[in-house]
Design a binder for this molecule. Structure first.
Ligand code: FHN
Length: 414
């Protein structure tokens, strides 16, 4: 069971992933050819030579970038941490790296340190900040890994020493308290090499969490596959990295947005199974965040804020005997939260063996009438009356207060 030993991570439940790099300039298209895969992979997938791709840096001038605005939005959406792509597989550093001039300060007309701007904005708003760092894939460095390409003859060790280790050191010594390093795609990294990375992180910042994708089983929490949710409640610390459409980096042609309701259900589902939801935005090259993502997240944020008690700090719920097609459960000690996603006049749960001492609407804490007993078929039942003005509403939550610390889910008998 993976344990970050960081209470903030266990309680966070909802975070913002930001994928932003030179690939945003291409927005899914290079020399008239469109990629049909995730936009930040365009260099690898369309075989753009490094000497060509690096020319993009000269065009990178994100005058609309507003770190403070993004962090304020993340706060408004109820998110508790931000993970920013300091260096993605393309190899371009979004900070003033001393060991590679292929970075936002030295190689672009913009000339400002993006990582630092996020750092300062997060400090101003009390937001945790972690850095995504592609440790193995580096398509710019001749010795970094590429995917589905011939990596033989490369000197990975040389790349690690020349770029990866020194850059990690920079991020961990020059940018304040780093909440986590989001390693990704370990490729051929050996166990010893992964261990070296973990040791480096922990030596410089003992509380900095190492993501599951460090590889070789050395991560401090489990990172699921992208957009994949464990079917069952899962013990320990874990996180689902996820997209709002079908790409991480900005793709001008990807309009396949999930709607807010779907995102709310995914968030609660992940939380009820014990995980955190790390949800992505991919800013445009100008720094502007696509309107569609703002619109979706503004709506999600309303649910999250109104029901924050039923989301943050909740714990994994065990396996309840019934599939609820109208809602989901989360819990804290002595509290069972029922998230109601479809309109109804009363909320009924069967086969819960707890002594219920109270019920209230989470949004405004108003007490609700409830009755416990047994159905005529003989199973235990809890019925909570929904207030009249909520009869036609969906997406709200109810708290059941229990004498016992944890819910007692009875088996179905009969
Ligand atoms: O290759 C990356 C991808 O571009 C993106 O960063 C995701 C986020 O989880 N991680 C890798 C694929 O799993």
């Amino acid at each position: 069971m993976q344990d970050t030993k960081q209470q903030w991570f266990k309680e966070a439940k909802f975070g913002l992933f930001i994928h932003w790099g030179l690939y945003a300039l291409l927005a899914g298209e290079y020399n008239g050819k469109k990629t049909d895969r995730i936009a930040e992979w365009i260099m690898n997938d369309l075989d753009i030579p490094a000497e060509e791709y690096e020319k993009l840096a000269a065009q990178f001038n994100p005058v609309e970038f507003d770190a403070d605005g993004i962090v304020r939005k993340a706060k408004e959406w109820g998110m508790k941490y931000i993970v920013f792509t300091s260096k993605h597989h393309e190899g371009f550093a979004m900070w003033d790296s001393k060991c590679s001039d292929y970075n936002v300060v030295k190689a672009t007309p913009y000339g400002r340190d993006i990582v630092r701007q996020f750092r300062e904005a997060c400090d101003r708003h009390g937001m945790k900040l972690g850095f995504y760092y592609s440790q193995a894939q580096d398509w710019h460095d001749p010795d970094g890994y590429m995917h589905r390409k011939d990596n033989s003859g490369k000197n990975y060790r040389a790349y690690l020493e020349r770029k990866c280790f020194p850059q990690l050191r920079e991020l961990l010594t020059e940018y304040g308290e780093v909440a986590l390093i989001w390693f990704d795609t370990p490729m051929g990294t050996t166990r010893e090499e992964s261990q070296e990375m973990v040791d480096l992180v922990k030596r410089l910042q003992p509380n900095c969490i190492v993501s599951g994708r460090i590889g070789n089983g050395l991560g401090e929490y489990m990172t699921t596959g992208d957009n994949f949710i464990p079917r069952l409640p899962y013990e320990g610390d874990w996180e689902v990295p996820a997209t709002l459409n079908d790409t991480w980096g900005f793709n001008k042609d990807d309009h396949n947005w999930k709607d807010a309701e779907e995102i709310i259900h995914l968030l609660v589902k992940i939380n009820s199974r014990g995980g955190n939801y790390l949800l992505n935005i991919g800013p445009e090259a100008s720094g502007h965040v696509p309107e569609e993502s703002i619109k979706i997240l503004d709506e999600v944020g309303k649910y999250v804020n109104e029901n924050e008690e039923a989301i943050f700090g909740t714990k994994r719920v065990g396996i309840y005997a019934y599939e609820l097609d109208w809602g989901m459960l989360t819990r804290k000690d002595h509290k069972l939260y029922v998230h109601v996603f479809k309109p109804r006049r009363r909320v009924e749960l069967l086969n819960i063996g707890n002594r219920i001492t109270g019920a209230y609407l989470v949004a405004d804490k108003r007490p609700l009438e409830f009755e416990t007993g047994a159905t005529c078929e003989g199973c235990s039942s809890i019925e909570v009356e929904v207030p009249e003005e909520y009869f036609d509403r969906k997406n709200y939550s109810i708290c059941l207060e229990m004498e016992e610390e944890e819910p007692i889910f009875e088996p179905i008998i009969g």
